[in-house]
Write a protein that binds this ligand. Structure first.
Ligand SMILES: Cc1cc2nc3c(=O)[nH]c(=O)nc-3n(C[C@H](O)[C@H](O)[C@H](O)COP(=O)(O)O)c2cc1C
Length: 336
């Protein structure tokens, strides 16, 4: 039995986190994950603090990535990125006031050129543990009791592993948890996440939990991560795309219970249509169809007919056309 995770006073039970993922971990996806159960904490897609700051100054509406956040159940964390302490602190304080999230997560792991190289933020900051500490301290002070966490990678490269220093800087600055994606910045998404390196950080943290992340694909992988690497929590990203029920499978494994069966094809069909309905609620029919394609293809991945599903779903424009394609591929008799 794995104990629940506590982030400052916040219980994360089960200790499984749904990863922030731009383009995917939106309101619709989070709603399905929450309904299926098993994820103890969900996170928004990352938001540029500078962008939010500029929008607030212009009096613009909240960006799309904050859609649904106000009324959504908790626990829910909002993730932001920047490298300027004043901007991050001001934006975090405003988010706390307006949305009352369960926590604010700071992104120090994004390797994308626009974030890391151009804006010298995200994973760029892994070479500057002191700067990470300064950012965490300023944001923590601005958030008045709302926990501030950090998501990092192992370091800039295999020859420059800084995760322990960065994690310690987060702890010393008053951060409440650190999540480590077991890749280096220069790996982007290549190679494999190195969980041995994640485990090496654990003895250097005195107060805050360590959450491991990277390449976890099954409930057995999750159980193995806790057993072998001594992490306090596990974050799952890509493997839950198209399989939002993975969290409840993993939660059962952590309780030592049999893993519940995958949803049947008709249940998956219902989930897909619900996923689409939630996207329509947010985006309207036209843009929802665009958004849905990439998510829907994940559900079909590895199933017979995935390729024709992809081709057909990429041509649909309305809810009716979409339902017809989903019906054809997720018809009950197909799996019988
Ligand atoms: C499409 C995509 C978008 C992502 N967006 C974010 C993000 O907004 N913030 C973040 O911290 N990490 C982001 N990540 C990284 C994931 O949170 C996670 O660390 C990574 O995918 C490794 O975990 P996994 O192997 O379980 O997917 C993203 C990853 C993908 C594939």
């Amino acid at each position: 039995m794995i104990p629940p995770l506590h982030i400052a006073g916040l219980p994360i039970d089960p200790p499984l986190l749904a990863a922030p993922m731009v383009g995917y971990s939106n309101f619709a996806f989070r709603s399905l994950v929450r309904r299926l159960g098993g994820a103890g904490l969900l996170l928004t897609e990352m938001l540029s603090a500078r962008g939010l700051h500029a929008m607030a100054a212009r009096g613009s509406d909240d960006p799309d990535r904050l859609w649904g956040v106000a009324g959504e159940p908790r626990p829910l964390g909002i993730q932001i990125w920047d490298n300027d302490p004043g901007t991050l602190a001001a934006v975090a304080a405003r988010l706390v006031e307006r949305f009352a999230p369960s926590l604010i997560d700071l992104n120090f792991g994004c390797p994308a050129r626009d974030v890391a190289e151009k804006a010298q933020s995200g994973a760029y900051l892994l070479r500057r543990p002191d700067r990470v500490g300064e950012l965490v301290a300023r944001v923590a002070a601005a958030c008045r009791g709302v926990p501030v966490t950090a998501k990092i990678r192992l370091g800039p490269s295999a020859h420059f592993i800084t995760a322990t220093d960065v994690a310690q800087a987060v702890e010393e600055a008053g951060g409440a948890a650190v999540t480590v994606h077991g890749r280096t910045t220069d790996q982007m998404f290549r190679g494999r996440a190195d969980w041995e390196q994640i485990a090496r950080i654990r003895p250097h943290l005195r107060r805050i939990p360590l959450i491991g992340n990277g390449d976890v694909k099954t409930a057995a992988d999750v159980a193995g991560a806790f057993a072998r690497y001594g992490v306090d929590g596990v974050m799952i990203g890509r493997a839950a795309l198209g399989r939002p029920w993975l969290f409840r499978e993993a939660a059962a494994a952590l309780r030592g219970e049999p893993i519940p069966p995958e949803p049947t094809l008709p249940e998956q069909r219902t989930l897909l249509l619900e996923h689409y309905r939630l996207l329509v609620e947010q985006h309207g029919e036209r843009y929802a169809a665009v958004q849905f394609r990439r998510q829907a293809c994940r559900y079909a991945q590895g199933r017979p007919g995935a390729r024709s599903f992809r081709a057909q779903i990429s041509r649909v424009g309305t809810q009716r056309e979409l339902a017809a394609v989903v019906d054809r591929h997720f018809a009950p008799q197909e799996g019988a």
